[in-house]
Write a protein of this length. Structure first.
Length: 156
């Protein structure tokens, strides 16, 4: 299974031949049709989220759910519970780099300077670090601002 991020909403999909299968919608289809879930989109969000970061956090559970959903969609009409397309031709969508839109600029003040010194990070009054997930940045509590926001551009 090749996981991709696609479309304007940057949803998680699986690339199969010349198509992208929306994994969240595919799982909702499985949940409604085979598992008889009353709330298929809630089940899909819990097992095969449309957001890549959440999908990664779920790990094996999301991969297993995605595989079950792909198997189910392979033997169906390709429409989700509400009639949405689950299978989209690659030529009709855009593939994106994974998590490229999630970069943040993290800023920490002088009181964290001593923690950064052993890492040989050059420090000034404030330290700016580009990370994918601020929650893991040296275990520090950081003031994070999405890259490109007005406050980040003003040298916050």
């Amino acid at each position: 299974m090749r996981i991709v991020v696609y479309g304007p909403e940057r949803r998680v999909g699986a690339l199969q031949d010349d198509n992208v299968v929306d994994l969240n919608s595919a799982y909702a289809k499985l949940a409604r049709e085979s598992l008889k879930e009353g709330l298929p989109y809630v089940a899909a969000a819990a097992n095969a989220p449309s957001d890549l970061e959440q999908f990664i956090i779920l790990g094996d559970r999301a991969i297993e759910a995605a595989q079950r959903a792909l198997d189910h969609v392979a033997n169906s009409n390709g429409l989700g519970p509400q009639g949405e397309r689950v299978v989209i031709p690659v030529s009709q969508t855009t593939l994106h780099a994974p998590l490229a839109h999630r970069g943040v600029i993290c800023e920490c003040g002088q009181h964290h300077r001593r923690l950064l010194q052993p890492l040989r990070i050059h420090t000034h009054e404030h330290v700016h670090v580009r990370v994918m997930d601020a929650r893991v940045a040296l275990g520090l509590v950081l003031d994070c601002v999405e890259a490109g926001s007005p406050s980040a551009m003003n040298g916050r």
